[in-house]
Design a protein around this ligand. Structure first.
Ligand code: ZN
Ligand code: ZN
Ligand code: ZN
Length: 275
C-alpha cells in the first residue's frame, strides 16, 4: 500500500498567514519541509482522505488529476479537512467531463450532508454524498475501509482504518486518545497495522489538559496500547502528523531530533510511505 501525505497541518497551516511566533518565523526562513499545508492524503493514488482548501495546490504540486480520482473519505467537518466551495467546480461550465463520468463520491458521517449540500445541489449529480456508519466496513478502490469513532468535539467525527490484502493503515486524525468503543472494535478486528499515522497537533508536549487532539505523550501511550493489543509490532511504521504552530517544538527539524530516536517519523508535505 502507498500513503502520500499531501498536507500535514492543522487549521492555519504552517506558517500561519499573519503570525510572527518563533515557529512561524523559523518555518518561513527555512522553507522546505517546514512549510505545511492543510490536511489531506491519498492512498494507492486513488483514494483521497479529506478535501481542504489546499486541494487545488496539492493536485498541481503532486500531479493528481481529480477528473480521474473518484472517491474521497471525510474525517470531519472542520475547515482544514473540508472546503465545499471547490466542489462547485464540478458544475457543467466549470468542468468538461465525459458523459459516462462516474461522479466524485464523498463518504463520511451524516455531518457531511449539511456541509456539502450547496455543491451537491448545483452539480447535477456529479457530486455524490454517501453517509457511512462507524464500525461497518465498506469497499472502495479495491480496499476495505472502516470508519472508527473519533473524539474531537464535532458531532460525528471519524478516523479510518484502510485494508488492502493483508496490509492495513490506521489514519488517526483529528482525535483525542481513542474512546473505549473504538479500542474494543480494534481489539477484536484481528488487524495488524503496517502504518499508523497519529495526530500530533500538540507537538512534543507530554501532557495537555482538555485537548481535542493528541501530542507526543499520548502518541507514546497510543503506540504502546496498539502493540499490547497485537495491532502493531516492531515492523509497524509510526508517523506523527497534523501539526499546529501552537504545538510544542513542532518545527520539522526540532521535532525530528526529539522523536526519531523514540521510533516515530515526522510527516511532511509530499511524504510517501510504502508499506
Ligand atoms: Zn484538523
Ligand atoms: Zn505562528
Ligand atoms: Zn478538526
Amino acid at each position: 500500500m502507498k500513503l502520500q501525505y499531501l498536507g500535514t497541518a492543522a487549521a492555519e497551516g504552517v506558517p500561519s498567514l499573519f503570525c510572527r511566533c518563533d515557529k512561524c518565523v523559523k518555518a518561513r526562513e527555512r522553507g522546505g519541509r517546514e512549510i505545511r499545508s492543510r490536511s489531506q492524503a491519498i492512498v494507492n493514488d486513488c483514494l483521497l482522505i479529506d478535501f481542504p482548501s489546499d486541494t487545488f495546490s496539492h493536485c498541481n504540486e503532486y500531479g493528481i488529476d481529480l477528473s480521474k480520482v473518484n472517491n474521497c473519505i471525510i474525517t470531519h467537518v472542520h475547515g482544514d479537512h473540508t472546503f465545499p466551495w471547490e466542489l462547485h467546480h464540478l458544475r457543467r461550465g466549470n468542468s468538461v467531463l465525459p458523459e459516462d463520468y462516474e461522479g466524485f463520491h464523498l463518504f463520511g458521517s451524516e455531518d457531511i450532508l449539511g456541509r456539502f449540500d450547496a455543491p451537491y445541489n448545483q452539480t447535477n449529480g456529479r457530486l455524490r454524498l454517501h453517509t457511512v456508519l462507524p464500525f461497518q466496513p465498506f469497499e472502495l478502490c479495491g480496499m476495505r475501509i472502516t470508519a472508527l469513532k473519533a473524539k474531537h468535539g464535532t458531532a460525528n467525527p471519524y478516523f479510518y482504518m484502510i485494508e488492502d490484502g493483508g496490509l492495513a493503515i490506521l489514519y488517526a486524525h483529528d482525535t483525542e486518545f481513542f474512546s473505549e468503543e473504538t479500542w474494543e472494535y480494534l481489539k477484536d478486528s484481528g488487524v495488524k497495522f503496517s502504518l499508523v499515522s497519529l495526530d500530533c497537533t500538540g507537538g512534543a508536549a507530554e501532557h495537555i489538559e482538555k485537548y481535542s487532539h493528541m501530542y507526543l505523550g499520548e502518541n507514546k501511550k497510543c503506540r504502546n496500547k496498539l502493540i499490547e493489543l497485537g495491532l502493531a509490532d516492531e515492523n509497524t511504521v509510526f508517523v506523527l502528523n497534523h501539526f499546529s504552530h501552537n504545538g510544542l517544538n513542532v518545527n520539522y527539524k526540532e521535532l525530528c531530533e526529539i522523536v526519531n530516536s523514540l521510533g516515530f517519523e515526522v510527516s511532511y508535505d509530499g511524504m510517501e510511505i510504502i508499506c
